[in-house]
Design a protein around this ligand. Sequence first.
Ligand code: ASP
Length: 313
Amino acid sequence: MNDTGGYSLMVHGGAGALDNVKDEKTALRYLESVRRVLEHGRDVMELGGSALQAVEACASLLEDDPAFNAGCGSVLNESGKVEMDAAIMDGRDLSAGSVAAVDNIANPIQLARFVMTESEHVMLISEGAMRFADHCGMERVPEDYFYTPDRVEQLRQARLKRKIMLDHDDTEEDAEDQKYGTIGAIARDTEGNLAAATSTGGIVNKRMGRVGDSPIIGAGVYADNETCAVSATGFGEDFMRCVLSKTISDLMYMKGMDAKRATEAGIEYLARKVKGRGGVIVIDKHGNCSSGFTTKKMIHGWIEKNGETFCRF
Ligand code: ASP
């Protein structure tokens, strides 16, 4: 494509009430994480890396940070187990890879990348996905890699309340339990190529075998060089029913909207059709960055067209 319009990069760390982020120290902790990851993504881009390399690198770093609900910080399901979902997409040719209900690997986003590049499939789940991880030589990590005291307590609270919860739930009563969030990374490189990645532990106390929007191409993740890159976070069921990431791409493809207008229209659709709870980050084909959410907050940050780094809730 040889477009020299510069690179853009966005990441998110989940949407919700985030009322636990009351004190400055906690807020800074999140913002610093997001900034560090964005700066790493900037280095990848500055060294000539592709959008795909940048999103995989950023998503992997976020998975390695226990502050977020992905990789080592994943929430626990009804059986007290971790089942993670992740997907990655390359906007150059719509190639995509995704995994669902996987455990015992540190970086599900890397397994999703292997599904995309080393298999003839788009999605692998559960045991089959884990066998494929072995085949690809991915190291297995022990169960205790995931069990942080916070996650165990969070599941205990959810069980007491007999409910499933978004990691950053949106009600006052649950606010204290909500500390972490699903992660996503999207990028446009200097050649105009777009890529997107989303990774999550899902929602707290979810049924065993439940799969959310994050690994569903078009729901929690989407990238197409002709339109945009999108990563979503929130109640997966809402995003799946609206196929929200692809809807935002279609708004650009069919109605010629830019990132800001398509994000607003997509979020309006999510709210009106299913009272959806969550948010999205979006980069359009020109490198414009945009975000929108129906929750009180969404942890996110961006670098637009080689510019400064911004992080906010
Ligand atoms: N979307 C994720 C899911 O439903 C959860 C999240 O974004 O926090 O699995």
